[in-house]
Design a protein around this ligand. Structure first.
Ligand code: CP
Length: 307
């Protein structure tokens, strides 16, 4: 692959290769905290172009590039860059291509990364395009699932904002490669977008949709919880109608299996009670930590392909 803009680009073999490579980086980091790694990309510069806020994605890409021996340049916030003067995305990425060997882009518009990839020759990673996709998050989600529950014969519940949740759209697409049984749980107004539902059905995926988590919780190997994406709602009143709809606490998990893996792409607001954090169910901080080895594997592949 030259770019990673959507999870649908990745076959099962592609994913497994990346996760295996991530496991090697993970082991090396655990052994030497990064000192054990040779500087594979000492001359390489990665550009971070984030038109929306981020903690995990931005910092883990930066850490990954530095762990591989490279450096990063950061466009900074929209307000601090010439985007605020009206510069187009196409012009911005063509300029940044001259400064860097790869580009990580987060943008509020669906399709932004795909469009950017058409304007530049350096690898582009979609770090989130509006309510569209977030494929590098999917890789770390799959890595976490593989470690915690295994990817074979998986039954997963994905709960919360399925309409605007880009991590959901990417993860669901990728899970079709693994024949997972997928249960989608949301308020009626936040069900999967028609296009995602259509693609899942076309792929022959085992999909069911619910409004009540209790219907499926006892069956699940993994519960993937998501935040209601307040910033995507055109109308605050509509957000208020669904805010706090799904809250996972100890009482909720009474009905779950003892080995249920609870995940969340983070940030959370109130979807998972802090009392879950110290239980064996909680895998969401480990999930965030997995961003570094997984993004090292992804950068290694994209940059070595481009050499
Ligand atoms: N999971 C995720 O994308 O987090 P950030 O928005 O902090 O990058």
């Amino acid at each position: 692959q030259d770019h990673l803009v959507a999870a649908g680009q990745l076959s099962r073999a592609d994913v497994e290769g990346l996760l295996d490579r991530a496991a090697e980086f993970d082991a090396a980091l655990a052994e030497g905290g990064g000192a054990a790694l040779p500087a594979r990309y000492p001359e390489t510069v990665l550009a971070l172009c984030f038109y929306e806020p981020s903690t995990r994605t931005k910092m883990s890409f930066e850490t990954a590039m530095k762990r591989l021996g490279g450096r990063v340049v950061d466009m900074g916030s929209v307000d601090a860059s010439s985007v605020s003067k009206g510069e187009s995305l196409a012009d911005t990425v063509r300029v940044i291509e001259g400064y860097a060997d790869g580009l990580v882009l987060r943008h509020p518009r669906e399709g932004a990364a795909k469009m950017a990839a058409e304007f530049v020759d350096v690898p582009v990673v979609n770090a989130g395009d509006g309510a569209g996709q977030h494929p590098s998050q999917t890789l770390l989600d799959l890595y976490t699932i593989r470690e915690a529950a295994g990817l074979d014969d998986l039954t997963i519940g994905i709960v919360g904002d399925l309409k605007y949740g880009r991590t959901v759209h990417s993860l669901a697409t990728a899970l079709t490669e693994f024949d997972a049984r997928m249960h989608f749980v949301s308020p009626e107004s936040l069900q999967l977008p028609r296009s995602v539902r259509f693609d899942l059905h076309e792929s022959g995926a085992q999909v069911r949709e619910h409004t009540d988590l209790d219907e499926v919780l006892p069956e699940l190997d993994v519960l993937y919880v998501t935040r209601i994406q307040r910033e995507r709602f055109p109308d605050e009143d509509e957000y208020q109608k669904v805010a706090g709809e799904f809250k996972i606490d100890s009482d909720t998990l009474d009905a779950a299996r003892d080995d249920l893996t609870v995940m969340h792409p983070l940030p959370r607001v109130d979807e998972i009670a802090p009392e879950i954090d110290d239980t064996d169910h909680a895998h969401y901080f480990e999930q965030a930590h997995n961003g570094v080895p997984v993004r090292m594997a992804l950068l290694d592949q994209l940059l070595s392909n481009h050499e």
